[in-house]
Design a protein around this ligand. Structure first.
Ligand code: URA
Length: 223
């Protein structure tokens, strides 16, 4: 049975390679099946409750609020950012500061849907101090929650925002975001497209056109 599964996986990988599509499985280091002690609920409310009382990493000590994620729990598209900033920490909601406003605008203008129609989450659910990127231990403690959210929302498409979200979700630390941005990849059964983080766009407005192109590609893929 295991051999048959491996053979099928191998066939899939060869097919993706022939199509020049990168393939990532669930990150090995955080596979939920490898952490039997961590029984994660199958219901969003129960998972939210569990995450609200999480103290698995040091970020829990400095957070004001857990930023669990929000949106349509049956969304076709799920955005994954890096981690909450100051406004998100204050409000308990993802992407509501300046970069969040830009993300909302991008969603509305390019995907032609409302922010409420997609699901938005982050690699870590508590704010890293001084807006630094989450470290490996923080990301790995939090990733099982995100993976369970992905399973429950069951989106066709995951859009990672910025290098950190892409790297921790796929485990690919080799290729730079400028190189892989806009590539359509397979993440298990889903599609995954990395693009620039909106905070990068606030600093580099001329890069907006790349993200707009990525989003148009995504829209065309899904329609
Ligand atoms: N940046 C992120 O990566 N996530 C947020 O929720 C806000 C800013």
């Amino acid at each position: 049975m295991e051999n048959l599964h491996q053979l099928k996986q191998l066939q899939k990988l060869y097919r993706y390679r022939a199509l020049e599509i990168a393939y990532f499985d669930e990150p090995k280091e955080v596979k939920m099946s490898d952490t039997p002690a961590m029984r994660l609920p199958n219901q969003m409310d129960a998972l939210r409750k569990m995450v609200f009382s999480c103290s698995l990493c040091g970020l829990s000590k400095s957070r004001k609020n857990v930023v669990f994620g929000e949106g349509n729990e049956s969304a076709q598209i799920m955005f994954v950012g890096e981690g909450p900033g100051a406004v998100e920490d204050q409000t308990g909601r993802p992407f509501v500061g300046k970069s969040g406003q830009l993300l909302t605008k991008i969603i509305e203008t390019t995907l032609e849907c409302k922010r409420e129609d997609v699901y938005i989450a982050n690699i870590v659910k508590c704010r890293p101090p001084l807006n630094r990127a989450p470290d490996r231990e923080e990301a790995q403690s939090c990733l099982p929650f995100l993976l369970r959210q992905i399973e429950m929302v069951d989106p066709q498409m995951i859009i990672t925002l910025g290098a950190t979200a892409y790297q921790y979700l796929t485990g690919d630390f080799e290729r730079g975001i400028s190189k892989i941005r806009g590539e359509v990849m397979h993440f298990g059964e889903r599609l995954l497209v990395p693009t620039f983080h909106p905070s990068f766009l606030l600093r580099n407005p001329s890069a907006k056109r790349y993200v707009f192109n990525d989003m148009k590609k995504i829209k065309a893929l899904l329609s």
